[in-house]
Design a protein around this ligand. Structure first.
Ligand SMILES: Cc1ncc(COP(=O)(O)O)c(C=O)c1O
Length: 466
């Protein structure tokens, strides 16, 4: 074995050769401040110099069962030794078959067919293509458009990016594929306003927001709209809850207009909200679920689109096939790891851990928020929560772009990291801090999050008040 490289040498090489994602590379031209994460265990990570961090983001909403699970690595190694690769193009292999059957068994309604991808973006992209071909096969070729919500993030490949509603991510790549329309999201702290919804109850607001989908379908023409893509709990914008009755109304609308309901659960599936699938938390059955991330807890990459029998049916007839494939989709090593990951869910009652501790998690964040003038709102569900940061709690006054930049990028992100807390400070919508700890975390981790938040948010509040 060659000698391990020093931290300095790794930083130097990274600064010269590694292109990090969504990263201002100019920050690292001298390489010195680049964090290099070396290993992990449970909810904790250690950098290359041995400093410990609490990972309250699960990597990137991924590592459900925690870091350092040797049994998952071992399963991957065993499968790699037996069958390191074979595609699902006209062939199959036992891990993909077993995983598809297990997901079909676990998922709600008649979601019984699984199309594997590698990533979440590919799952979203595949689901849009699937919806379009479904309508071609069923005699409605004009139905190709999709509806998504303001600020929502659905991935970065061009199709998925067309669904994404974050202007700064879209702008460099426009024009994007045609056909994606946007509707308001369910943010109840900052309601979308057109005057007509002032004073509505939460239920009425949720219904009015769902009705915007019907209005958009009518405006576009029902014969042109194929699908609506919605996350159960919307990530970008800060863990935006659907509101009571929202998804029930959306389901009605989709049925009325023959539009497919796609539940984008790249984050919300596999326990994040305390249920195996996010749609179960809010009690609706979609036509498709897009998923990735937590399916393997990140020990090997894998995405999956779960599809209802009804949508699969025309693809299973005559000479038809879904005209789409990805070499590494359903990789045998990843499928074997996913099966072992799901075994851990069962053996250790991972969902039970979330259900038993989610109130405590929310209570901790609310306690911190109550003492911090800078925190305007706490929202989310399960182990997926956010704090919205405001200039003035009483008026909900927002930071302008420059203030956001200096608060989020200039202060909060580096200070939290310095104190040993990995979470997400995000300003794709209003500025928020997001927390999604591994699903094995509990009171010990919450206490640590609280301790660090109190230090850093007090400092941030002082900076804002001055
Ligand atoms: C809801 C949603 N859809 C799609 C994606 C894209 O997934 P990936 O980064 O694996 O391509 C993400 C990523 O965070 C997501 O949150």
């Amino acid at each position: 074995m060659s000698e391990p490289l020093s931290t300095e040498r790794l930083q130097e090489l990274a600064a010269r050769h590694l292109w990090m994602h969504f990263t201002r590379m100019s920050s690292y031209t001298n390489g010195e401040s680049l964090p290099i994460i070396d290993h992990g265990e449970g909810s904790y990570l250690w950098d290359h110099q041995g400093k410990q961090y609490l990972d309250s983001l699960s990597g990137l909403f991924v590592v459900q069962v925690g870091h350092g699970r040797q049994e998952l690595a071992d399963v991957g190694a065993q499968q790699g030794g037996r069958l390191g690769f074979f595609p699902l193009w006209s062939y199959a292999h036992p891990p993909a078959i077993e995983l598809a059957a297990r997901l079909a068994e676990m998922s709600p309604g008649d979601l019984n067919r699984v199309f594997f991808t590698v990533s979440g973006s590919e799952a979203v992209e595949s689901a849009w293509k699937l919806a379009r071909q479904f309508f071609q096969l069923t005699g409605k070729p004009g139905k190709y458009k999709v509806i998504t919500r303001q600020t929502a993030y659905h991935g970065t490949t061009l199709g998925a990016l067309a669904l994404t509603s974050v202007p700064s991510m879209r702008a460099p790549f426009e024009p994007l594929p045609a056909g994606a329309r946007k509707v308001p999201n369910t943010n109840n702290y900052r309601r979308w306003t057109d005057g007509s919804i002032d004073g509505l109850t939460d239920e009425q607001f949720a219904r009015a927001t769902a009705d915007q989908i019907a209005l958009t379908i009518e405006m576009e023409g029902p014969d042109t709209v194929a699908a609506v893509f919605l996350e159960p709990l919307q990530n970008a914008g800060g863990c935006i809850e659907p509101g009571p009755g929202y998804f029930q109304r959306v389901r009605e609308i989709c049925d009325e207009y023959n539009v497919l309901l796609v539940s984008d659960e790249v984050i919300c599936a596999y326990g994040r909200l305390g249920t195996m699938f996010g749609c179960e938390k809010y009690d609706y059955v979609p036509d498709m679920i897009t998923s990735a991330k937590g399916l393997t807890s990140g020990y090997s990459p894998l995405g999956a689109v779960l599809v209802s029998d009804r949508i699969f049916e025309p693809f299973g007839q005559d000479k038809n096939s879904f005209a789409h494939g990805i070499t590494f989709g359903g990789h045998p090593v990843s499928c074997a790891v996913a099966l072992a990951n799901l075994d851990i869910f069962e053996k250790e009652d991972i969902l039970g851990n979330v259900v038993n501790h989610q109130d405590e998690f929310a209570a901790m964040l609310n306690r911190v928020a109550a003492d911090m003038p800078i925190v305007g709102d706490v929202r989310g569900d399960g182990y997926f929560m956010a704090m919205e940061l405001v200039k003035d709690k009483a008026t909900k006054a927002e930071f302008d772009r420059d203030e956001c930049e200096s608060l989020i990028r200039g202060f909060l992100s580096p200070r939290l990291f310095e104190e040993g807390l990995i979470c997400r400070a995000d300003d794709r919508g209003d500025p928020v801090l997001q927390f999604s700890p591994p699903l094995v975390a509990g009171p010990v981790e919450f206490a640590e999050i609280e301790r660090i938040l109190r230090i850093v948010l007090s400092e941030a509040s002082d900076r804002v008040v001055q």
